[in-house]
Design a protein around this ligand. Structure first.
Ligand code: FES
Length: 192
């Protein structure tokens, strides 16, 4: 033992070993708080958590050809009022041409085919399309009115989606998913 250490202990100062015990004890206390908090939070969802479960979007300003991106449950959601030509182009596509033949629409049967109608807001509202704006490859946000099929294009690795948000070319495996949504009036869409 060195002369210095002997001197420190004599004066009652913490030795290096005591100091290590102290810091370890503090880390454990912080860890316990971090673990306990999420449980308490889960039992008591506050107003903002509940509000995020669904959102209402006023789409009255969206003329044909215009789109809007909103945030829902932390993800971008694309809402597009498609032009008659865009709907027509998507309708003209044969199912056999599709890379992913499943509609991926949470509002209809999980096995429904990816026709344009099945991808849209449905009968009488075929012009409206609502989709999660997250590329099904690795999650980048695709760009609207872009790509080889006039729909969306993901520049990250080159995925092309058509005007119904169906994957047509590139590495993305599936169509952009359609979340649960409903028109609560002619101009308001509730998502979630
Ligand atoms: S994340 Fe979109 S192509 Fe890779």
């Amino acid at each position: 033992m060195s002369e210095h250490e002997t001197h420190s202990e004599t004066l009652g100062e913490p030795t290096r070993r005591d100091f290590l015990y102290l810091t370890t004890g503090m880390a454990a206390a912080v860890g316990a708080v971090a673990v306990a908090w999420p449980f308490i939070d889960q039992m008591r969802p506050d107003a903002s958590t509940l509000a995020l479960a669904s959102i209402e979007v006023d789409v009255s300003a969206l003329e044909p050809g215009m789109s809007l991106t909103v945030k829902w449950r932390g993800k971008p959601v694309f809402i597009r009022n498609r032009t008659a030509q865009e709907v027509e182009e998507a309708n003209a596509v044969q199912l056999a041409e599709l890379k992913d033949p499943i509609a991926r629409n949470d509002n209809i049967d999980a096995a429904a085919e990816a026709t344009d109608l099945a991808r849209s807001a449905g009968e009488g509202k075929e012009n409206w399309i609502v989709m999660i704006g997250s590329c099904t490859h690795l999650g980048c946000v695709p760009l609207g009115q872009s790509g080889d099929f006039g729909g969306w294009f993901c520049p990250c690795h080159g995925s092309h989606y058509d005007t119904a948000g169906r994957i047509r070319r590139g590495p993305a495996p599936t169509n952009l998913p359609v979340p649960t949504f409903t028109f609560t009036s002619d101009t308001v869409i509730q998502i979630g």
